[in-house]
Design a protein around this ligand. Structure first.
Ligand SMILES: [Ca+2]
Ligand SMILES: [Ca+2]
Length: 385
């Protein structure tokens, strides 16, 4: 039987693995030449894994990363070295087994591979991102190689972050050496999303989002990765890379603190609610400004609404903010139509990394929920000190 891909316990329809890989092959590297990771949650039989490996080789051809770039390596290769490569991220050993360095001579039953379950053709394609179980962060850091990667369910990583002790900082240590991925919990059958900035602040490289959701976490991701030319990769700030710098996302940091003033002056050509001419209300727009970042940088502000004017509403409204960690801060503008009886309605959004904000008078192009630009713009003045 052909291996299939589907999202268990949801209403999504299955497709064949072959079709999924073919689709990926046609769109990979259209946005940038940098490597594409395929995260494969493998529930396939031994025979199906052989089929998967064959499809991967035959469809992706030279793009499939099928051997190490260098035999000896202490750190992962850079995205630059992996251009035009598709990297398989998956398990080679059964869940719960903790694999230690096979060269250190120690063996116990827990470390044995279960070769019955994992077909060698598939296993040998897992090169730079092998998912391993987490016994403890300390154990992973001290025993695992750089190509070992950890996945956290949302609830588990939240628990780790929520603890008051400095243990949550171990997560930063972990993400300095290993690729870490967070995925949404099973409760999110409605495809809602986790707030990725909570995990990016700890250096987590991969935060899995439901792309179909068109919600604020998706706008945050769109904004965050709009930096660096939208190539899909960002260099982490030095405090998430270097052991020499202490960083705690729960503390107010003052070293690089910035003072930000956003003067929301006006908007132009805001779309009509639902873009429908049958809708009789002329929009009554207001602007919400959210900052997202480390804990103390999460704020929310809003202007009053301007009655019956979507063409050129003027707010002349100033927001003053202290941004403690600009490197991890995103500014989100959301324009909404106020309604006295019903809930307000979305009109447009824009999300900009703090470090990409331009000073002075600026027009900000607004986007629809799905990230496509609309005609409407915001006119603002930005001051940073
Ligand atoms: Ca109105
Ligand atoms: Ca209205």
């Amino acid at each position: 039987m052909e291996p299939i891909v589907y999202h268990g316990k949801t209403l999504t329809k299955p497709i064949t693995f072959r079709d999924a890989i073919s689709a990926i092959e046609t769109v990979a590297f259209t946005a940038s030449p940098y490597p594409v990771f395929l995260n494969i949650e493998n529930h396939c039989s031994y025979e199906q894994q052989e089929t998967m490996a064959r499809h991967l080789r035959e469809i992706l051809k030279d793009c499939l990363l099928s051997k190490v770039l260098a035999d000896e390596f202490e750190v992962l290769p850079s995205p630059e070295e992996l251009k035009y490569k598709i990297i398989i991220r998956s398990r080679r050993f059964s869940k719960g087994q903790v694999v230690t360095d096979p060269e250190d001579g120690e063996r116990n039953d827990e470390m044995e591979s279960n070769s019955k379950d994992y077909h060698p053709d598939f296993s040998k394609l897992i090169i730079y991102s092998e998912i391993v179980s987490l016994k403890s962060i300390e154990h992973t850091i001290s025993t695992q190689k750089c190509f070992h990667s950890i996945s956290f369910k949302e609830s588990k990583i939240n628990h780790l972050i929520d603890v008051d002790t400095p243990e949550h900082l171990d997560l930063i240590k972990l993400s300095k050496r290993h690729l870490v991925r967070v995925y949404p919990g099973t409760k999110r059958q409605n495809s809602s999303n986790i707030n990725p900035i909570n995990y990016w602040s700890y250096g987590v490289q991969m935060v899995a989002l439901n792309y179909q959701a068109n919600d604020r976490p998706m706008w945050l991701q769109d904004g965050f990765f709009s930096d660096n030319g939208g190539c899909g990769y960002l260099l982490k700030p030095s405090f998430l890379l270097s052991d020499a710098v202490f960083f705690n996302p729960k503390e107010k940091l003052h070293d690089n603190m910035k003072y930000l003033q956003i003067h929301i002056i006006s908007a132009q050509h805001l779309p009509k609610e639902n873009d429908s001419i049958e809708h009789h209300d002329i929009v009554d727009p207001y602007v919400e400004v959210f900052t997202y970042g480390i804990q103390c940088d999460n704020t929310k502000h809003r202007t009053p609404s301007v009655r019956n004017n979507g063409l050129n509403p003027i707010w002349d409204y100033r927001i003053n903010l202290d941004i403690y960690c600009p490197e991890l801060c995103l500014i989100m503008f959301e324009v909404r139509d106020k309604d006295r009886l019903n809930r307000s309605t979305f009109l447009g959004q824009a999300c900009i990394p703090f470090n990409a904000l331009q000073r002075g008078y600026r027009h900000i192009k607004l986007k629809a929920k799905n990230g496509n630009f609309i005609h409407g713009t915001l006119f603002v003045h930005i001051q940073i000190d």
